[in-house]
Design a protein around this ligand. Structure first.
Ligand code: ADP
Ligand code: NI
Length: 219
């Protein structure tokens, strides 16, 4: 198994596949997640090959764009890795990571088992918060067409299961902050991830304060 070649080919494959993705899961998201994951991995002493490979493939076929089917991503990734001659352990590890990386609702515990997977999950979640996270949330809201920026009459839902999270659409993009984004800092797996998350979280709180002041015409 030629690790270097697998990484080069996979990067090209993902770049081509996601370059025109318009919901915030585009190639540059993957690129940022890879970089962040690698930098966390170096500090946490994880397997850098698995971390980079898993980060590159983590959004290859998101359930949201495949009728809610979470099995498509792991399947496409394993077909791809088989075609490159990756070994069975690598294949199973990457499949596990893709299967468990996504946020599945406020009250749903993640079943990610390995350090490498936990690091990728932290990096993916870091890209959902802070300045970039705010931009991605509104991009995603616009992509969904009829999702409002904010709707004061809507309620915040604490989703208890993945099916509920998938089924019940959020009242507005600002509601998504309370249903997911502001919860992420306490769900970080690694020490390094937690530290980075605190900084980004504080920025979102400042943003929301200003947002509501403007909403009410106070600032
Ligand atoms: P994960 O990386 O856990 O799979 P998603 O793919 O659900 O997360 O989300 C990707 C990006 O889209 C994140 O930045 C997320 O906050 C945003 N997003 C997801 N659902 C919504 C929503 N209903 N409204 C606004 N933004 C959303
Ligand atoms: Ni992602």
């Amino acid at each position: 198994m030629n690790k270097k070649l697998i990484l080069i080919k996979t990067e090209k494959y993902v770049r081509d596949k996601l370059k025109n993705e318009g919901s915030g899961h585009d190639w540059w998201h993957v690129h940022r997640v890879s970089n962040t994951a690698l930098s966390i991995a170096k500090r946490e002493g994880a397997d850098l090959f698995i971390v980079e490979l898993g980060a590159l493939l983590h959004d290859i076929a998101d359930y949201k764009f495949h009728g809610g089917d979470s099995t498509v991503g792991p399947r496409i990734a394993s077909e791809w890795l088989l075609s490159l001659g990756a070994d069975k352990d690598t294949l199973n590890h990457i499949k596990h990571i893709i299967q468990h990386v996504s946020f599945k609702g406020a009250a749903v515990k993640s079943r990610m088992k390995t350090l490498e997977g936990k690091i990728i999950q932290d990096a993916d979640r870091l890209d959902a918060i802070g300045a970039i996270g705010i931009a991605r949330a509104f991009t995603y809201g616009g992509f969904r067409k009829n999702q409002l920026l904010y709707d004061p009459s809507g309620t915040i839902k604490k989703h208890r299961s993945f099916s509920e999270y998938k089924r019940k659409s959020t009242a507005s993009t600002i509601h998504h902050f309370y249903e997911k984004l502001l919860l992420l800092k306490d769900l970080m797996n690694t020490k390094t991830g937690k530290k980075l998350a605190q900084h980004r979280h504080a920025f979102m709180e400042r943003y929301l304060k200003q947002f509501f002041e403007e909403w009410e015409g106070r600032k």
